[in-house]
Every structure is written in structure tokens, then in C-alpha cells.
Design a protein around this ligand. Structure first.
Ligand code: GTP
Ligand code: MG
Ligand code: NA
Length: 344
């Protein structure tokens, strides 16, 4: 049976441009304020159910003509610091769709450009969030307001300032070969990059951003998102981690099939493939961040793509972040997966 899985949405951009703050706003959490040095150092994953998206989008969801059939969105948070190129690339390569965050007051920065290169290399469609509009001089903040409502309350000077900054961004995108425009001026979303002005901190423009993410995912990615639910699971290791009482675990993004607790998994390690049996499958609750040390998880018997999941199993000490995880249900499948991993 085929079903539509939730799309994987990676958030990318330069350090401190507001990626984690945006996810905090969506989740109603405070992850960003608790990070050491205010810097994200790991890839995160959070499942946002479609009901939460609809609630945050408010009446705007009506703009999306027709039914939203997605079960939710799986957000991937990535670090923006220059030291974490490989984590950004890993997050970017997992994404079905990305949100590129640019601090509108700072404009393009080195990791903005690096993020665009990653997305281009992977042919990942993306939406631009022009963040921190509340910092524009004289900006009037109304929490959680749609941008198109909020903009009408701004005085002439603030509106002009935003336009100027947007045109600077559009010019930078043009230099990199992209036609970009403010989202409400886009005629054809397959050819133009949509820029949504937002304030991640106060939630302004977040309704439109979410409607665009959900709508564009469904409209343009539906075929890609249709999966054979019962097929053997495939995933990518985000992180290898010691957990008290569990031993070495791997945090994995499952992007295809269904993983069962009694599956054998073949996992990429340093110059080897590890074949092991799952001891426990641990799933963060919706809206919980997998990398949050206090995250509450449920022990589950199976998990369908797309999902972030923690796997406990013997022999994971030598597993390698970034490597594949392939489930196998027969000797033959184990051998095939082993060969596939060794040939990479
Ligand atoms: P890295 O993951 O380390 O690359 O940073 P990040 O992109 O996740 O940025 P983060 O969410 O850590 O935000 C950096 C700083 O910008 C924090 O102090 C946030 O409070 C602030 N910030 C983020 N978004 C906004 C916004 O919309 N308005 C204002 N005024 N501040 C913001
Ligand atoms: Mg961050
Ligand atoms: Na930060």
C-alpha cells in the first residue's frame, strides 16, 4: 500500500540567522536559549503534526485550495557555524524541501552562500525566510500575525526599509542565478524563489511560511513522497550517542519504508557494515527535539517514514554519523544491504 509520507524540511542558513528560533516558535519550545554559546552544534529533528501546522497557519490555510493530505512535517535543524559544513551538507542532502533563513539586516553571509550551494548540488527546492524584520527601525510587532496583515500596520518609512532590504536580497539571488521575489508577488513557484519576510522571534510571517511549506510540498513533491509503507526501512544516521542505560545509540532519520522492532539492521561504520538486531526503538513525542537531552520518548514497535528515531542495538560503537541504515528481513536482504553499504 502506498501512502504519502511527511516531507523532510531542512532549515539552513548562516550562524545566528534564526533557524533554531524559528523551530522554537513552531514547537513552542526554548531550545535556542539553552544552547552552549547560543550555537547549534548538532543536527536536530522534530516532527510537527499537520494539526499544529493548521493551527499556527490559522485562516490562511484556506489559501491552500483543496485538502492538505500530508500527515505532518519533519523539520531538520542544522548548525550555521562555519565549523559544521559536513552537518549542514548531511541535513541538506536529507531534505525534500528546505527553508533558507537569511537575517534581512545582515543579508548574504558566507554560510548563506554555502547553504545555497548545498541545495543546488542536491537539487533541493527551497523557500527563503527573510528573518528579523522586527529589527527594522520603528517596526510594530504583533505576535504571530501573518506578514500581509502586519505590513499594513507599519509606517511608510519601515515599509520602504523592508522593500530596500528585500531588493538587496533579490539582487544577491540573481547574482547566483536565481529569480526571487516576495512570496505574494511570485507568479510561478516552480521558477521563482519565494521570499517570506518573517520574525522568528515574534512569529510574524510564520503563518505564510508554513502554508507555503505545506502547500508546495504537497503540490510539487507528492509523487516523491508516495512510498510503499511496508517496504524495508532506509535511513541516515544523524548522530552516534551514548545514552545512560541504553549504551551506544544512533539517532536516525528514516526516509523510506517502515522499521520494525524485530528487524535486522545493517549500519554503515568506518570501513565496515555492522549487522545487528534492534534492542529498542525510541521515538520522540511530536514537537520534541531529538537532540534535546531531556526529550521524552516513547518505546515503539514500529515507525514509518519519515521520522526521527533513536535506535538502541548491540555493536553500534563503530557506527558512523552520515552513514546509511538499511533494514533487512532475510539473509538475502542482509547481504544485499551489506554490499550496498560497503560499496559506498
Ligand atoms: P546557529 O544554529 O548557531 O547557526 O544559529 P541559529 O540560526 O539557530 O540562530 P538562533 O535561533 O540561535 O538565533 C540567534 C539569535 O538571534 C538569538 O539571540 C535569537 O533570539 C535571535 N533571533 C532569532 N530570530 C530573531 C528574530 O526574528 N528577531 C530578533 N529580534 N531576534 C531574533
Ligand atoms: Mg541553531
Ligand atoms: Na545560534
Amino acid at each position: 500500500m502506498k501512502k504519502i509520507r511527511q516531507p523532510i524540511i531542512a532549515v539552513l542558513g548562516h550562524v545566528d540567522h534564526g533557524k533554531t528560533t524559528l523551530l522554537d516558535r513552531i514547537r513552542n519550545t526554548n531550545v535556542a536559549s539553552k544552547e552552549a554559546g547560543g550555537i547549534t552544534q548538532h543536527i536536530g529533528a522534530t516532527e510537527v503534526p499537520i494539526d499544529t501546522i493548521k493551527q499556527l497557519a490559522g485562516p490562511l490555510i484556506q489559501l491552500w485550495k483543496g485538502e492538505i493530505r500530508l500527515p505532518g512535517l519533519l523539520f531538520i535543524d542544522t548548525p550555521g557555524h562555519e565549523a559544521f559544513t559536513s552537518l549542514r551538507a548531511r541535513g541538506g542532502s536529507l531534505a525534500d524541501l528546505a527553508v533558507l533563513i537569511v537575517d534581512i539586516n545582515e543579508g548574504f553571509q558566507p554560510q548563506t552562500i554555502e547553504s545555497i550551494e548545498i541545495l543546488r548540488r542536491n537539487r533541493t527546492p527551497f523557500i527563503v525566510a527573510a528573518n528579523k524584520i522586527d529589527r527594522i527601525k520603528g517596526w510594530k510587532v504583533e505576535e504571530d500575525e501573518p506578514f500581509l496583515v502586519n505590513i499594513k500596520k507599519q509606517d511608510q518609512r519601515a515599509q520602504q526599509e523592508l522593500e530596500t532590504k528585500l531588493w538587496e536580497l533579490i539582487g544577491k539571488f540573481y547574482e547566483m542565478g536565481f529569480q526571487a521575489n516576495r512570496f505574494d508577488r511570485v507568479q510561478d513557484f516552480t521558477r521563482e524563489l519565494a521570499i517570506v519576510p518573517i520574525s522568528a522571534k515574534y512569529g510574524i510571517g510564520v503563518p505564510e511560511l508554513l502554508v507555503l511549506i505545506a502547500g508546495l510540498s504537497q503540490k510539487y513533491l507528492e509523487e516523491k513522497l508516495k512510498i510503499e509503507v511496508e517496504g524495508p526501512a532506509r535511513g541516515t544516521i544523524l548522530e552516534v550517542r551514548e545514552e545512560l542505560g541504553l549504551g551506544t545509540t544512533i539517532d536516525v532519520i528514516i526516509y523510506d519504508g517502515t522499521l520494525h522492532k524485530d528487524d535486522t539492521i545493517v549500519v554503515g561504520g568506518k570501513d565496515k557494515a555492522i549487522v545487528t538486531k534492534i534492542r529498542a526503538l525510541l521515538k520522540p513525542k511530536p514537537l520534541d527535539e531529538i537532540r534535546d537531552p531531556r526529550f521524552r520518548f516513547d518505546q515503539v514497535d514500529e515507525v514509518a517514514a519519515a521520522a526521527g528515531i533513536k535506535i538502541a542495538a548491540p555493536g553500534l560503537e563503530e557506527a558512523l554519523a552520515g552513514s546509511p541504515v538499511i533494514a533487512a528481513r532475510s539473509e538475502e536482504e542482509v547481504e544485499k544491504a551489506r554490499q550496498e553499504i560497503l560499496s559506498q
